[in-house]
Design a protein around this ligand. Structure first.
Ligand SMILES: [Zn+2]
Length: 625
């Protein structure tokens, strides 16, 4: 009975843990690495075809994004996840595939010009279609007997719609061990989503530590950027921008900047900034979303719910200030999660009459992915929503729908938004303004002094969103120089991640002290510090494993140390394998799968085995020329 750490060990993205019990091989999460990586991840110790099961904690690409590659390489086992995670994976993995395909296309255009060999995408939409067939949707709180010696239970982790912590019971030769994989742990009191579940028993806990070293910023909630105070940089000018008249708590860029830095070191910046921005085409542009989602989940500087702080009230102030000038409020937002939270708060503004002067105002949701994600939020509400919001549903109120909500799916519908003169709210993706339709809305509104651009999430340094927050006077969009006269306002969202105090509360909740806590999914200093904190202050032995560390779960002893090898510079945006994935690699993977299938068929009746052998021999004869 072994546990090996593969990904998100002493770093944040690429979650992947490998477990062996008897002759069963399984993974918990199969995530994509994004942004700068510190350590080289251990390769999968067996062929993809030899993995029997994958258990997915939630749909963010840094937990699910390598599933299509696993499928492409021969995996045909079952993937267990909550239904909402399965639904979100279907749109987020497809989006990720579009990015892979577009990046390969872009590289191949260059390769052809340079006489270089072409590459194939890491995976494509057909691999996503294939892998989606392998999903087995699970209910929260139900124990699932997966196979002999393996049962699991998903409980709500309060991080994203469908997100789960996974309890896993393993039995080998009569000895049982219980593992708890935390997944990403959410914060409390969020719209729609339930609070995280506090579990009571485990022999081993594998827990995230994204915010293991700090608590969320509970101070300022609204920041209006003053361009005259902006730090000097090539993008920053000296023009005085009009300030949002109601930005009572407006503060300088310096404050905004420090809050951004609180969000952590740069993440996915290059990924978001280069491969997507350099390309055109709607697939890529909406596809930027997937790469950014992880950065968003991990890095946003966030406000916590403080007594007296009401997000809907703050948002209403920004809308009011914009409409009173006759302009538009443009909100760059991630399509999955953040957009639905915005709809939730706007529905409250309308139903609670927080904007009496503009009660009929229109809101345009302009992102096909956001439209699909919003439907998934609505379709999974009975299983996933908290009690307070289920109560609304019982009263016939959908928490994320309201009169005046307009949806743009086609590019024509999107273009039309900018021909309408009346003041409106426009929510569009991508969240960091690097790709997607948001760039059209910025082009049409940044130059207008009566419009406002509202940032609700973390902006990776180097992105267009970050430049605007840093007070850029002019920006380039679609090759065109645009002067920035709109108000640039920042209203940090509610965090999707538990902070240090809440992570501590989560691990302290175990009644039966676990034998060991493995701290993963945090930057190296954070994971190490949090492990020390759990050991010293909580009183449970904790370690921050390296990729490649293997533990025997019966004895609790580390039986193999990982290499601690620092990562090489990796390809941007699409993970470590992108760009060097050739058709020949695919053939090799197919060959390895064949061997795995042969091994799995040990004990096959002689007649069938002979037929199988004949077929392989015929295939070899055909190609062995
Ligand atoms: Zn996440």
């Amino acid at each position: 009975m072994l546990l090996e750490f593969l990904g998100a060990a002493r770093e944040v993205t690429g979650s992947c843990h490998y477990v062996v019990v008897d002759d069963v091989h399984l993974l918990v999460d199969c995530g994509m690495e994004q942004g700068p990586d510190l350590y080289e991840n251990q390769e999968l110790p067996v062929n993809a075809a030899e993995i029997d099961y994958v258990f997915v904690t939630h749909a963010h690409v840094d937990h699910s994004g390598m599933l299509p590659l696993l499928y492409k390489n021969g995996f045909r086992g079952w993937i267990y996840a909550t239904k909402a995670t399965m639904d979100l994976c279907s749109i987020m993995l497809r989006d990720s595939a579009h990015i892979q395909e577009s990046e390969a296309e872009w590289k191949n255009r260059k390769a052809r010009r340079a006489g270089q060999p072409e590459v194939t995408p890491m995976y494509d939409v057909s691999d996503v279609q294939g892998v989606m067939e392998q999903f087995v949707p699970c209910d929260y709180e139900e124990t699932v007997e997966v196979c002999n010696g393996l049962r699991v239970r998903f409980v709500d982790a309060g991080h994203l719609l469908g997100s789960a912590s996974i309890e896993m019971w393993l039995t080998e030769e009569g000895t049982e061990r219980k593992l708890v994989f935390s997944g990403d742990i959410g914060s409390e009191n969020r719209p729609m989503i339930k609070d995280p579940t506090y579990l009571k028993e485990a022999d081993y806990v594998i827990m995230e530590s994204t915010y293991g070293s700090r608590n969320h910023d509970r101070a300022s909630v609204q920041t209006s950027v003053k361009r005259e105070q902006a730090p000097s940089s090539s993008a920053v000018g000296s023009n005085v921008a009009e300030q949002s008249s109601n930005a009572a708590q407006s503060s300088s860029v310096a404050q905004g900047g420090s809050t951004v830095q609180n969000g952590g070191a740069e993440q996915s910046g290059s990924a978001v900034g280069s491969s997507c921005a350099e390309q055109s085409g709607s697939a890529v542009q909406s596809g930027g979303e997937a790469a950014e989602a992880a950065a968003y989940g991990k890095r946003q500087a966030a406000a916590s719910v403080e007594p007296g702080f009401d997000y809907a009230v703050e948002l209403a102030k920004v809308i009011n200030a914009t409409f009173s000038k006759g302009g538009n409020l443009v909100i760059p937002a991630f399509s999955v999660g953040r957009t639905q939270e915005l709809l939730y708060f706007i529905r409250r503004i309308k139903t609670e009459g927080l904007l009496p002067e503009y009660s009929g105002f229109e809101v345009y949701m302009d992102s096909p992915l956001a439209v699909e994600a919003t439907n998934i939020f609505s379709n999974n509400r009975m299983e996933c929503y908290n009690e307070k919001d289920l109560e609304l549903i019982n009263q016939g109120i959908n928490p994320i729908r309201f009169p005046g909500l307009k949806i743009a799916v086609t590019s024509d519908e999107s273009r039309k938004i900018n021909t309408m003169e009346h003041p409106k709210v426009i929510i569009s993706a991508s969240g960091m303004c690097e790709a997607g339709r948001i760039r059209h809305h910025l082009k049409h509104n940044l130059w207008r002094a009566d419009s406002t651009i509202l940032f609700v999430g973390y902006q990776v340094p180097g992105t267009l969103g970050s430049s605007l927050l840093n007070g850029a006077k002019t920006v380039k969009i679609f090759g065109e120089e645009i002067e920035v006269h709109a108000d640039i306002v920042r209203l940090p969202g509610l965090s999707a991640h538990a902070d240090r105090d809440h992570l501590t509360k989560w691990v302290e909740a175990f009644d039966k002290r676990p034998q060991k806590v493995f701290v993963v999914h945090g930057e190296e200093p954070v994971a190490v510090e949090f492990a020390e904190h759990v050991t010293q202050d909580v009183g449970i032995e904790a370690v921050a494993p390296y990729s490649g560390d293997i533990y025997d779960l019966i004895s609790g002893v580390c039986v193999q140390n990982g290499s601690h090898k620092k990562a090489q510079k990796k390809s941007k945006a699409t993970g470590k394998d992108s760009g060097r994935n050739t058709v020949y690699d695919r053939l090799l993977a197919a060959g390895e799968r064949l061997l795995a299938v042969i091994r799995k068929n040990k004990g096959l009746p002689n007649k069938d085995a002979a037929r199988f052998a004949d077929q392989i021999t015929a295939l070899c004869d055909k190609w062995d020329r």
